[in-house]
Design a protein around this ligand. Structure first.
Ligand code: RNT
Ligand code: ZN
Length: 428
């Protein structure tokens, strides 16, 4: 038997086993194709961007560790790395850009364009590339790594000058998002995360939150049709340098977004480790139209390790599928790891997310639901456990080969080749 035949044979056997559980595998494959994941551009260059030579990630509660060779130093290098990553991920997906990844004739580079005068043209190169590759784009204002963020406060600063600067920045980023979304024919999600907070115990917790609310209201005086862009707001529990107080906490944004009809962004690394993000989804979707997820992997103090198949991710995937609310949930990834091949980290994470979603699509939900309805919690748990050894691998391999991407571990060698031919040469 040839390789393709083996894959097809295993798939047919798997289909048979799933059918006995009442699961339609072909239908699962039809649905997995509709899942579009937004990849974080910032994984390719350690969250640095192209604003000026020797830019650094500073002042903002997030940190990248590692110095693995091959970091993308220009937009062209980053796009090349993304092309490589996307070629190893089945399906059509999105790219999440930060404003600091703009380009433009001599404007970014030696004579940097500051963030309060950014324009759509600085992102034209990205839009052209995305259009060509059939990739959709999402966008983020960058409210960190900037002298105006040095105090630890941006939109919630007590300084009117600082607030005005960041309000203008975010307004421009929303306008840019709108134009990107219109150009590519898919609403561009503009997500706002700000680092504002304090390392040690604050006296006044109220004023910065009040100021953030005012700044946001000012930003959102400009409205855009949903067909071009959608706004989302991302909370956090704590960060480096904001251990005692984060202005944009979960409660802050839950209240703000709900009352202003904005989308909420839940980052899987931004909650207490024993809190379940999966459990929040059904509650939030009763009161919000849509929801954005930043899938990530928290480990101790770090909320941003590359994503792997783990119970927390599987629980989220199960919730997205079982609830039938897939259309209202946007899936983005958020991590940055400079200690390993950066392109490989994108692929690991996107494939892990897709495998988790596929696994959710292959769960025997009807049988599980029946056991729950009968109050037979033993049978429910037993079936959940047994479903973990169903032949999902055969279905995944088939899906990959159907989509023309390497199945199983075959893509690892492609990454290694790319590393020796391209990435290693960058540091020479
Ligand atoms: C930070 C947030 C935010 C960032 C990106 C770079 O804790 O998760 O989403 O990771 O904007
Ligand atoms: Zn995030």
């Amino acid at each position: 038997m040839g390789n393709t035949q083996k894959i097809e044979h295993a798939y047919e056997m798997a289909k048979d086993i799933y059918a006995q559980w009442g699961v339609d595998v072909d239908e699962a494959l039809r649905r997995i194709e509709l899942i579009s994941i937004s990849l974080p551009c910032w994984q390719g260059d350690d969250v640095i961007g192209f604003e000026k030579p020797n830019a650094q990630l500073t002042r903002g509660g997030i940190q990248v560790t590692g110095d693995y060779p091959g970091r993308a130093r220009t937009a062209d290098e980053l796009r090349m790395d993304l092309d490589m990553a996307f070629s190893l991920i089945p399906g059509s997906h999105r790219l999440n850009l930060h404003s600091m990844y703009g380009e433009g004739e001599g404007e970014f580079g030696n004579d940097p364009v500051d963030r309060d005068i950014l324009e759509y043209d600085h992102y034209k190169g990205w839009v052209e590339w995305a259009d060509q590759k059939n990739i959709k784009l999402d966008f983020n204002a960058t409210c960190f790594s900037h002298p105006m963020a040095a105090s630890g406060f941006t939109l919630s600063s007590k300084s009117a000058e600082i607030r005005t600067f960041w309000i203008e920045h975010v307004k421009r980023c929303r306008a840019i998002s709108f134009q990107i979304g219109r150009e590519l024919g898919s609403p561009c999600i503009h997500n706002l995360w700000i680092p504002d907070g304090m390392k040690d115990i604050p006296v006044d917790r109220r004023t910065p939150r009040f100021l953030l609310k005012e700044s946001l209201d000012e930003i959102f005086t400009v409205e855009y049709p949903n067909s071009g862009m959608k706004d989302s707001l991302e909370s956090k529990l704590f960060g480096i340098g904001s251990e005692s107080y984060v202005v944009g906490s979960h409660e802050f944004y839950l209240g703000y977004a709900q009352s202003r009809d904005k989308m909420l962004c839940l980052d899987a690394g931004h909650f207490h480790p024993t809190e379940s993000l999966a459990d929040k989804i059904s509650a939030i979707l009763l009161f919000f139209e849509e929801l954005l997820l930043h899938l990530s992997r928290g480990i101790r103090w770090d909320s941003d390790h590359p994503v792997i198949q783990r119970d927390d991710l599987q629980d989220i995937a199960n919730e997205i599928i079982q609830s039938g609310q897939m259309d209202r949930i946007h899936v983005a990834l958020d991590f940055f790891d400079a200690s390993m091949n950066r392109v490989g980290a994108w692929v690991i994470s996107a494939r892990a997310t897709l495998k988790s979603i596929l696994s959710a699509l292959l769960q025997p939900w009807e049988k599980l639901q029946a056991h729950e309805n009968e109050g037979n919690f033993f049978a429910r748990l037993a079936l959940m456990e047994e479903s973990k050894t169903l032949p999902i691998g055969a279905v995944w391999d088939y899906y990959c080969s159907k989509k023309g991407v390497p199945h199983r571990d075959l893509w690892i060698q492609d990454i290694m080749r790319y590393e020796s031919e391209i990435l290693k040469k960058r540091s020479e």
